[in-house]
Design a protein around this ligand. Structure first.
Ligand code: HEM
Length: 387
């Protein structure tokens, strides 16, 4: 298994077998209880959308980079689910937390992954020492937060994922590693790592494509204007009627391919697959790009074209071909949350603001930077309030 994944050791992302199964079942159950599939999740996201729109308004149409704002807004949704509280964007602890979750330095293709011994070289050329220190400090922070939860825990009224864990623990054997507190630290870490940067990057890519395709932006706004109007923000209930918006988000997920090599997995035994032998212990990097850019599935795959997800009647279709969240039993655990976030943030944003490039002759590039996620180069734009 790759070094960067191996250092996670427990929790969700890097465990396997029974440990993974139980950690995933616990997390999904808790996420459902404190968010997924509930009205409460929508209201948590909408609280962040309101702040997001306000901060954009405060820029007064001046050029700005949305990265930090999107990152804080998306992280706060996970904070509400895990800690039962959101943070003010200027909060000192929150800023510290976000600075430690910045994992751009850790790439699955980094040499240190294949030759972990390189981590002992003096200095920090591969960024791995910073990466590991950040993980340790984050786990320390989560541990303190869990301790605070233990002191005020009320089994009749669990408030968040940490409370759900404290409640569940006594039902399991004391030696069960899944319900030891250090596994909870890893579960929290993985929800932050997997759930923050990915959605933030998707929002940033979406704006790149709005800037590059003004006609798409007009069409999105017209759809929102005619289905929702402009006197209230879009809600999840509007989703089935906003076909072009859904097609746009799906095309962003396809074209931008945020996690091109998914998460590395390892072969637990020798596997024979289509005439090839994958030996036990081998690292497997799923190449999602081979599907998302397959010209048989998506003709002219390099073209950004939301229309490919509309049928002859203009209805949204074909999303199942977009495997940006991977496939199978390890499929992304946060897909429903990510889709809801993208929908509410983007439709509300387009409803309220027109996105204008700083320089029409120098648009943000479609070429990205390859880190743990595949993200756009930093860019600025103007957000002009719609009259
Ligand atoms: C646009 C946003 C997102 C994309 C493109 C994305 C994509 C992925 C991909 C490709 C995987 C690897 C699946 C595999 O191992 O085969 C994954 C795993 C995972 N994702 Fe996401 N993800 C996104 C948002 C989220 C969010 C919001 C959360 C938070 C709840 C989340 C939590 C996870 C977790 C915990 C795993 C590990 C699942 C496991 O191994 O059982 N993701 N994601």
């Amino acid at each position: 298994m790759q070094y960067i994944i191996r250092v996670f050791t427990k929790g969700l992302l890097a465990s396997s077998g029974e440990h993974w199964k139980q950690s995933r079942t616990f997390s999904l159950t808790a996420l459902r209880e404190f968010g997924f599939g509930k009205k409460s999740l929508e209201s948590k996201i909408k609280e962040e959308v309101d702040v997001f729109l306000d901060v954009i308004g405060q820029q007064n149409g001046k050029p700005f980079d949305i990265n930090a704002l999107a990152h804080s807004s998306v992280s706060n949704v996970i904070c509400s689910i895990v800690f039962g509280q959101r943070f003010d964007h200027d909060d000192k602890d929150f800023k510290w937390l976000l600075s430690k979750i910045d994992l751009q330095s850790a790439s699955p293709t980094s040499l240190v992954n294949t030759f972990p011994v390189l981590r002992f070289l003096p200095g920090d050329f591969f960024g791995i020492k910073t990466f590991l220190n950040n993980l340790t400090e984050l786990r320390g922070y989560f541990h303190t937060s869990v301790d605070k939860h233990k002191k005020v825990f009320d089994s009749n009224s669990p408030q968040d994922l940490i409370d759900a864990f404290i409640k569940e623990r006594p039902k399991h054997d004391g030696d069960d590693p899944v319900f030891k507190y250090d596994n909870l630290d890893f579960i929290i870490l993985h929800l932050f790592v997997a759930g923050t940067e990915t959605t933030t990057t998707t929002i940033r890519w979406s704006i790149v494509y709005l800037l590059r395709n003004p006609e798409i932006q007009v069409r999105l706004f017209r759809e929102i204007e005619s289905v929702v109007g402009v006197s209230r923000l879009p809600t999840v209930a509007d989703r089935p009627n906003l076909h072009y918006c859904e097609a746009f988000i799906t095309e962003v997920l396809r074209r931008c391919n945020i996690v091109p090599l998914s998460v590395p997995h390892g072969a637990l035994k020798d596997i024979d697959f289509r005439g090839y032998r994958i030996p036990k212990g081998c690292t497997i990097l799923p190449n999602l790009d081979s599907i998302l850019s397959d010209p048989e599935l998506f003709p002219n795959p390099d073209k950004f074209d939301p229309n490919r997800f509309l049928d002859a009647e203009g209805k949204f279709c074909g999303a199942e071909k977009v495997v940006a969240f991977s496939l199978g039993r390890r499929v992304c655990l946060g897909e429903a949350l990510a889709r809801m976030e993208m929908f509410l943030f983007l439709t509300s944003f387009v409803q309220r603001y027109e996105v204008v490039p700083v320089d029409r002759d120098d648009l943000p590039s479609e070429e990205g930077i390859f880190g743990i996620t595949y993200g756009p180069h930093p860019y600025k734009f103007r957000a002009i309030p719609r009259g």
